[in-house]
Write a protein that binds this ligand. Structure first.
Ligand SMILES: [Zn+2]
Length: 312
C-alpha cells in the first residue's frame, strides 16, 4: 500500500475488501471535514479500481497502474469543483466518454471532487448516470458538504466518512512530511492537515508563519504597517486576508474562553485593550468583506489592507 495518512487507512481498507469480493457499489461518496484528505483517499481508491490485477490494492506495475501514475489513463475521467461550478455539459461529455468499452483494463472510473459544486443540471445528469449504471463503471464523489448534495444522489452511493484526525495524529503525520515540522507554526491558522500541506506546496509557509510576529511588533510600534505588508501582491492578497481574519477570529473566540495559540497572545492582549470586543468583531467583518470585494473589483489591495491595519 502506498504511504497514506493513518486515519485514511480504515476507509481505504473498507473499499478494498468490497472490491476484492466483487461487492463494491458502483457509486461511492467520500465525505468528511475540509482538508482531512477526502481527495487523497479518493485518488487511492481510484488507483485500486483501475488496477488490472484481481486483488484488493493497486499492484503499481500493470499497464493500467502505469498509465494512472503517468496521469494518462484513457478510462479514468475527473471533474474538480474546487475552483468553479461543475456544469451539465462537463458531466455529459464525461459520461459520453466513458460509455465506451474500457480501452485498457476492466474498469472505468469517474471521479468528481468537491461534488457540492455541481449545479442542479449537472447533479441531475450525474443522477441519471447513477440510475442507469454502465457495466464496470464506477463513480467516486467527494464532498465536505454532502448534505447539500441531492438526497437521490446520496442514497445511490456507498458513504465513506473520513474521520477528523486528532491533534496528535496531525502532528505525527506532519513530522513524516518533508519540512512538515515548520507547519506546526501554523496551527493558529488551521489544523486541517491537507490544507497545511497545500500551503507548503504553494510555498506560502513563511508568509503565514511570519504574520503573528510581524503583527506583534507592529502593535508594539517597532515595525510599520508597510513593513508588515511588504510581501503583499495581487497573488497573495487572499492569503493575507485569510491570515489576518484567522488571527482576529482566534482573538474573538479567546474572549469567550476558548484557548488561544501562544503566538497570538500578545496580539490578543493588545487588541482587546485597545479596541474592545465589539470593534474587534467589526474589524473581522470588514476583512471578510474586503476579501470578497477584492475578487469582484479592482480595489488597490495594498491601500485597502494598509487602511485596515491602521485601525488595529
Ligand atoms: Zn495494477
Amino acid at each position: 500500500m502506498t504511504n497514506i495518512a493513518d486515519w485514511l487507512i480504515p476507509c481505504l481498507r473498507q473499499v478494498q475488501v468490497l472490491k476484492q469480493t466483487n461487492s463494491l457499489s458502483h457509486a461511492l461518496l467520500i465525505t468528511g471535514a475540509d482538508g482531512v484528505g477526502q481527495e487523497e483517499l479518493a485518488h487511492e481508491m481510484v488507483k485500486d479500481l483501475m488496477c488490472e490485477k484481481n486483488q484488493a490494492a493497486a499492484c503499481g506495475t500493470c499497464h493500467s497502474c502505469q498509465l494512472m501514475s503517468a496521469d494518462t489513463h484513457p478510462d479514468f475521467r475527473v471533474l474538480d469543483g474546487e475552483a468553479s461550478t461543475i456544469k451539465v455539459d462537463q458531466v455529459r461529455l464525461l459520461v459520453r466518454q466513458i460509455s465506451q468499452k474500457p480501452q485498457v483494463g476492466q474498469n472505468k472510473v469517474v471521479l468528481i471532487t468537491h461534488a457540492q459544486a455541481m449545479n442542479i443540471n449537472a447533479a441531475n445528469a450525474v443522477l441519471k448516470a447513477l440510475e442507469e449504471p454502465a457495466d464496470r463503471t464506477f463513480f467516486v464523489l467527494t464532498s465536505s458538504q454532502s448534505s447539500s448534495l441531492m438526497p437521490t444522489i446520496r442514497s445511490r452511493c456507498l458513504l465513506v466518512n473520513v474521520p477528523t484526525p486528532s491533534m496528535n495524529e496531525v502532528k505525527s503525520w506532519l513530522m513524516q512530511q518533508p519540512d512538515g515540522k515548520a507547519l506546526g507554526a501554523l496551527f493558529w491558522l488551521t489544523t486541517q492537515p491537507f490544507r497545511l500541506l497545500a500551503i507548503q506546496q504553494q510555498g506560502k509557509t513563511q508568509l503565514y508563519a511570519g504574520l503573528p510576529d510581524q503583527l506583534t511588533s507592529m502593535l508594539r510600534g517597532t515595525v510599520s504597517v508597510s513593513a508588515v505588508l511588504k510581501g503583499l501582491d495581487s497573488n497573495n492578497i487572499e492569503d493575507y486576508c485569510n491570515g489576518l481574519a484567522a488571527i482576529l477570529h482566534q482573538c474573538i473566540c479567546h474572549s469567550t474562553g476558548a484557548p488561544i495559540d501562544e503566538a497570538l497572545q500578545t496580539i490578543y492582549d493588545t487588541l482587546i485593550a485597545r479596541l474592545g470586543i465589539q470593534t474587534l468583531m467589526l474589524r473581522y467583518q470588514s476583512l471578510q468583506k474586503l476579501k470578497s470585494d477584492l475578487q469582484k473589483t479592482n480595489l488597490n489591495p495594498i491601500m485597502q489592507l494598509t487602511h485596515e491595519l491602521n485601525q488595529w
